[in-house]
Design a binder for this molecule. Structure first.
Ligand code: FEO
Length: 162
């Protein structure tokens, strides 16, 4: 059984994951606007992954006998400073999400909620991966520098993500 505080925090994280999806969809639109369809496709796949994260929170709250309460999803930005700027924003966002997950773990500890701690373990590992992936792509964009050929090659590689 979830405490009221834990239920509120889990619902807030559900919203944060929905926002992540919304943000990545906005980034997909941005990459389309600068003619980088591979980056856009990568962002669309990431948006779907965020939806699965949100649904994990949904299912966990329901399965724990709690009540899901959906709240408005904040509007994401829609303009970034080029291919690099958008991916740096994605990395900064994932670091923020890691902070949110760590806060949730702290609350679960305070509430002595072992089931939620076990549930959150998956997200702790997932956030490590999410940050690593974004860091890797940021590194690749930096390595490509101003070379249109290299950026196009990278765009083709990112298009392969399914
Ligand atoms: Fe749901 Fe990208 O963390």
């Amino acid at each position: 059984m979830l405490t009221e505080r834990m239920e509120g925090k889990l619902n807030a994280q559900l919203n944060a994951e929905m926002y992540s999806g919304y943000l990545y969809l906005s980034m997909a639109a941005f990459y389309e606007s600068i003619d980088m369809p591979g980056f856009a496709s990568w962002m669309r796949v990431q948006r779907l992954e965020e939806l699965t994260h949100a649904l994990r929170f949904f299912d966990y709250v329901v399965d724990s006998g709690g009540r899901v309460r959906l709240s408005p999803i904040e509007a994401p930005p829609f303009e970034w400073d080029g291919a690099l700027g958008a991916f740096e924003a994605a990395l900064a966002h994932e670091r923020r999400v890691t902070g949110l997950i760590n806060d949730l773990v702290e609350v679960a500890e305070e509430e002595k909620d072992d089931a939620s701690l076990e549930f959150l373990e998956w997200f702790v590992h997932e956030q490590e991966e999410e940050e690593e992936t974004a860091e890797k792509v940021v590194g690749l964009i930096k390595a490509a520098g101003d070379s249109a050929d290299e950026l196009e090659k990278l765009d083709g590689e990112l298009a392969l993500r399914t």
